[in-house]
Design a protein around this ligand. Structure first.
Ligand code: ATP
Ligand code: TZE
Ligand code: MG
Length: 267
């Protein structure tokens, strides 16, 4: 594929305001910095509305959610909508507990999300389908047609782009679906692989026009999965090395590598 948004991320350094979970905050900030974006990690109620005046994107991730953070996320999301800042939702483990379900329902009712990114279990839950999920990790299963339909259903239901990640990523705008057949199994052994992807999608939206959010999301997922594939070369079970290699690859991946490696098709 052609890189269109990756060079813009590197030249414009979009500020991505991440309201994310305690597990992945540092990894996400380092991943954004490596890519060329600018992270701002804050859940502080006193400042989260103000940040929308200068942020290029907002990420809302419910991985370690509590009542206080949920209130702050509602305020930030509404302020972002008002300011025209694109908002990405990562509904981490939404099917796992009643509390998460309550929070997600409120967030989806009061905020317009540009992109919802989740694994198959999370997107299936939002589609209203009972899928195998356990805690915050997806359990694999389902054929490509099923997963593609899930992504499309959620995109239609919430009038947004959906990015369903896994062995194959499915990105939908509610009409079209693209599948990306890149990545590595090692991603599953690094916590926050999905969470950082949500932040990276935010960086790509931050340099795109709203009409191009589908294209920007596809490129974000492709850059991410190809960087992972390159990072995994010559590794089998060295998951710590992979995490470091991956951060390095986010910084060095270029247009040629993307054109050479990305396997993107319509489904
Ligand atoms: N089996 C696999 N083979 C290739 N790539 C994979 C595989 N599983 C996940 N990925 C890639 O890993 C990245 C993260 O997606 P994943 O679905 O693992 O997120 P997640 O389950 O939300 O992770 P987390 O909750 O730990 O942050 C995506 O780029 C995806 O393409
Ligand atoms: C492991 C874990 N637990 C809550 S959030 C999180 C990070 C991956 O989503
Ligand atoms: Mg996740």
């Amino acid at each position: 594929m052609q890189s269109h948004y990756l060079p813009l991320v590197r030249s414009q350094t979009p500020l991505v305001h991440c309201m994310t979970n305690l597990v992945v905050t540092n990894f996400s900030a380092n991943g954004l910095l490596a890519l060329g974006a600018s992270p701002f990690m804050s859940v502080t109620p006193e400042e989260i509305a103000e940040i929308q005046n200068f942020a290029q994107a907002l990420l809302i991730n419910i991985g370690t959610i509590n009542e206080t953070d949920a209130k702050a996320m509602l305020i930030a999301g509404k302020a972002a909508n008002k300011a025209g800042v694109p908002v990405v939702l990562d509904p981490v483990g939404v099917g796992a507990t009643a509390f998460r379900q309550k929070i997600i329902k409120q967030l989806l009712a009061e905020i317009n999300f540009a992109v919802i990114r989740g694994n198959a279990a999370e997107i299936a839950f939002l589609a209203g389908i009972n899928w195998q999920g356990k805690g915050v990790d997806a359990v694999t299963g389902g054929d490509a047609a099923d997963l593609s339909r899930l992504a499309k259903t959620v995109a239609q239901k919430y009038r947004c782009i959906t990015a369903l990640s896994g062995e194959i990523d499915f990105i939908s705008d509610g009409k079209n679906v693209r599948q990306i057949q890149n990545g590595t199994q090692l991603f599953r052994k690094v916590t926050g692989s999905g969470c950082l992807l949500g932040a990276v999608i935010g960086a790509f939206l931050g340099v795109a026009q709203p009409a191009d959010y589908f294209a920007a999301s596809i490129e974000a997922c492709a850059v991410y999965a190809v960087a992972g594939e390159l990072a995994a070369r010559d590794l089998s079970r060295e998951t710590g090395t992979f995490a470091i290699n991956f951060i390095n690859r986010l910084g060095t991946i270029d247009a040629l590598q993307l054109a050479d490696k990305a396997r993107i098709s319509e489904i």
